[in-house]
Ligand binder design. Structure first.
Ligand SMILES: *Cc1c(COP(=O)(O)O)cnc(C)c1O
Length: 349
């Protein structure tokens, strides 16, 4: 079914024609040089942030490129993954004409972004064991299907998708597959990053919001072919990553030991939590988790959610999500926080 992949054929006409905004920092790039900068109407008094930031975040990208063994030209950074995902809609999906496919139960932003961009969202439910329903997806794809969102490990279910299924879709779909790896650093499975060059239609998104502990700075990362990244660069806001975020992110990605120490500790805590959860009477199922959260099935999710709130603990009630009736999602916290959760669960049991 698949012909030769052609990125040009996927880009919206207006984006193809558009001449991108050219900022002062685009026109004179060597702004680290000791020069007098009178080109951007900035305030000249130095306070650390009086200058516009690097529109291409070259320092951070070069570290990421080296660590992940990709080229810096295969990276785009966004104000959270959410901005990256939004750029994908705006670059590739013609409002009211094109469609995308999402696989509920999954991350809610894909659908919200489709709605914001007036793009039809075709939902293909996961199977009962939260895996990809390949046949149904292949039946749903048509010539206007531009994007397919796969979240692995998936939020809120916590599991990873089968590698062979993703492979099959990459081989059989002529649009773009966005593989959301927000939780990949907690997973036993390998990232798809080392296979990026094998698939011209693969886009991988990651984030500093979860394993890297930096949800507050808003830094999302998109990895794809240079051709795809070029298209996104054309339409991104010129200074979408602010200087403070750039500096904080750089510090953190360079501190690999701290990051892996925290991940290890969260995974150990998850292991302990999984065992104890099984002993709680009203929890009938603890789903296996490849991430930093655990989905459980309970007798009455809304009742248990409210009881936990009364005990001062906020979890996520996922009962309204398809295939997730009476489920709660627990983020793995610190040792003390998890102990408090277990204590509360026992008390209301
Ligand atoms: C938390 C999360 C993200 C992160 O989004 P940011 O905008 O980078 O904070 C992305 N995808 C999924 C599935 C998530 O759960």
């Amino acid at each position: 079914m698949k012909s030769v992949f052609n990125i040009e054929g996927l880009v919206r006409e207006n984006v193809k024609k558009l001449k991108p905004y050219s900022s002062a920092r685009d026109e004179f790039k060597d702004f680290k040089k000791d020069m007098i900068f009178l080109d951007a109407n900035e305030n000249p008094f130095n306070n650390g942030v009086n200058r516009y930031p690097d529109p291409q975040q070259r320092d951070l990208k070069s570290v990421l490129a080296e660590q992940r063994r990709v080229s810096a030209t295969q990276i785009l950074l966004g104000n959270g993954s959410d901005e990256v995902l939004d750029l994908l809609f705006r670059a590739f999906c013609e409002p009211k004409v094109d469609n995308v496919i999402t696989l509920p139960p999954t991350y809610g932003m894909y659908k919200v972004l489709a709605d914001i961009n007036a793009v039809e969202n075709r939902e293909v439910l996961l199977t009962s064991d939260f895996q990809i329903n390949i046949d149904e997806i292949l039946n749903t794809i048509d010539e206007r299907t531009k994007l397919l969102f796969i979240c692995s490990p998936n939020n809120p279910t916590g599991n990873s998708m089968h590698v062979e299924d993703i492979e099959k879709l990459l081989h059989n779909f002529n649009g773009l597959i966005i593989l959301d790896e927000a939780y990949i650093d907690f997973s036993k499975q390998q990232s798809w990053l080392n296979r990026l060059d094998d698939f011209p239609n693969l886009i991988i998104t990651q984030t500093l919001s979860k394993a890297y502990g930096m949800a507050g700075i808003r830094l999302g990362i998109c990895y794809a072919s240079k051709e795809i990244i070029d298209v996104l660069n054309k339409i991104k806001p010129p200074y979408n990553i602010n200087e403070l975020t750039h500096q904080k992110a750089l510090e953190k990605v360079l501190d690999k030991n701290l990051v892996s120490k925290e991940i290890k500790s969260i995974l150990i805590e998850k292991g302990k939590l999984l065992k104890v959860l099984l002993q709680i009477k009203f929890i009938s199922k603890v789903y296996s988790s490849d991430s930093n959260f655990v989905l459980v099935k309970v007798d009455d999710a809304t009742k248990r959610y409210n009881q936990l709130i009364e005990k001062g603990i906020v979890v996520r009630n996922r009962t309204t999500q398809p295939l997730c009736k009476n489920t709660l999602r627990f983020t793995v916290g610190t040792h003390e926080e998890n102990k408090a959760l277990v204590k509360a669960l026992k008390e209301i049991s």
